[in-house]
Design a protein around this ligand. Structure first.
Ligand code: SAH
Length: 464
């Protein structure tokens, strides 16, 4: 190990920054965030630093560095654009055994600054020992995605209950096991979802009946898996996938996404195909309840967003009736995914000021929709599940007054490497459909915005 990582408590402590430019400004802000009293020595101050001075957040001596500036400072930073000044500050500070950091000059430093992931009171610091700040920053970005934004609040909750837990459990081992369970289970997830009160209650209950831990209750997460590209999962979806004991998924969820789950997680397919439901909805609802009652962590994965034509509402209704705790994690719905990846904005200042999502699912061979409400000037219509009923849709839109020349786009397997986009009009699309081999899942977009595809298309994996 080249450096010893330590965390300084600089609250209320005088710290010296030599330099008043933009680079110095970044160090100053960091010091202020940690509660330090910052004194700046520099002939001039950049605007942002001058503002801090005006606000009374820092003190300043205008002039070049002099060893007397060290005073009783606890830490020293040199961030001037003059190498000889930086070297001088370093030499003088080292002679006095004062911790010194010189920006971008590891050889002159007695300590280096890490890249920081701030989830106060939890702070993660990453350092490459000055070898490659870019590498440290990249690693930091990866860690940012792994550590939920509300990790700090979770730490706060632990701090609040630490004493109580200490009293309850006699040995360190028991306490460690207890916290491991809590911090990886539903109580932590409640905190991440902002359900702070519920988390506190659950934690109180768990402590009160230490044999009856919340993680032993089972829980269902209704998770939107997005339109196909695994990169479009949310951070929360990914984390829950990696925690799940059981995955309950349907046809739209891609294999690449399932592969992100724990290898030993049980996978249950309850896929749906129009008119060929593998498992009726009621049985899916019952299955979720049963698995949760078996104390499992269940992730119910749905294509797109669970609350957009996903029957997510029905599933949580049953869970609620049965007293099973659950959460809903939104996903990118097919309309957003397909629009973005086909270069067809759903709204546009010149062409569409509103957008409606409709189902094109056939019931008894007819689509029961309020066609007049759909056909509004400057409105984009998106049909989910519309492929089987494509001809009926085109016919009815024309019958109810839409111009046969209205542009229509079909996006097949949007956002995936198999994406295909077909553009036509209400009049020509039935013919295009008959002459191509278009398969589900396909999204239909109707309206003037479809014409923008030609200009704005950027994702064309088929041609690559
Ligand atoms: N809950 C999902 C929609 C389920 S309905 C969501 O929010 O996206 C299923 C319909 O969604 C399909 O018939 C198709 O019209 C559309 N769909 C889902 N994924 C798609 C994709 N990758 N490409 C095109 N259409 C898609």
């Amino acid at each position: 190990m080249d450096f010893l990582p330590v965390f300084f408590d600089v609250k209320g402590q005088p710290c010296l920054v030599v330099g008043g430019g933009a680079v110095a400004g970044r160090k100053i802000r960091l010091l202020l965030e940690a509660g330090a009293c910052v004194h700046v020595v520099a002939p001039q101050l950049a605007d942002a630093v001058a503002k801090l001075l005006r606000n009374g957040e820092i003190t300043h001596r205008a002039g070049v560095f002099d060893a007397r500036d060290f005073g009783d400072h606890m830490l020293v930073f040199a961030a001037t654009d003059d190498e000889s000044t930086n070297a001088l500050v370093s030499r003088e500070a080292k002679a006095r055994r004062l911790p010194i950091n010189v920006v971008d000059a590891p050889a002159l430093c007695s300590f280096v600054m890490p890249s920081i992931i701030d989830r106060s009171p939890v702070v993660v610091a990453v350092s490459s020992g000055g070898a490659s700040p870019v590498l440290a920053r990249l690693l930091r970005a990866r860690l940012e995605t792994l550590i939920p934004a509300s990790y700090g609040r979770l730490a706060g909750l632990v701090r609040e209950f630490r004493k109580t837990v200490q009293k309850k459990f006699a040995t360190t081992d028991e306490r460690r096991r207890f916290w491991e369970r809590v911090l990886q289970g539903p109580i932590a997830e409640m905190m991440f979802a902002g359900q702070e009160r519920a988390a506190r209650t659950a934690l109180e209950q768990t402590i009160a009946s230490s044999t009856h831990t919340a993680s032993a209750q089972g829980e269902v997460y209704l998770v939107g898996a997005g339109p196909g590209d695994p990169d479009l999962l949310t951070f929360r979806a990914l984390r829950l996938l990696q925690q799940a004991d059981v995955l309950v998924y349907d046809r739209l969820v891609s294999k690449q996404i399932l592969d992100l789950a724990r290898k030993d997680a049980e996978r249950i397919y309850v896929g749906k195909q129009a008119a060929d439901h593998v498992l009726p909805q009621e049985q899916i609802n019952e299955l979720l309840v049963r698995l949760a009652k078996e104390k499992k962590c269940v992730v119910r994965l749905k294509g797109g967003d669970p609350f957009v034509f996903g029957r997510g509402g029905e599933e949580i209704e049953t869970l609620m009736q049965e007293g099973v705790t659950f959460q809903v994690v939104p996903g990118i719905t097919a309309a957003s995914g397909c629009a973005a990846y086909s270069g067809i904005p759903l709204t546009h200042r010149d062409f569409a000021q509103s957008v409606v999502f409709a189902t094109g699912h056939l019931k008894d061979n007819s689509i029961d929709l309020n066609w007049r409400a759909l056909i509004q000037p400057h409105q984009t219509i998106v049909f989910y599940m519309g492929l089987t009923g494509l001809k009926v849709i085109c016919r009815e839109l024309i019958k109810h007054g839409m111009s046969p020349q209205t542009p229509m786009g079909l996006i097949e397997r949007g956002t995936t490497l198999d994406q295909k986009v077909y553009v036509g009009t209400l009049e020509t699309m039935p013919g295009i459909y008959d002459n191509s081999n278009i398969k589900a899942p396909t999204l239909i977009i109707v309206g003037a915005v479809v014409n923008l595809h030609e200009k704005l298309k950027w994702f064309e994996p088929q041609q690559g």
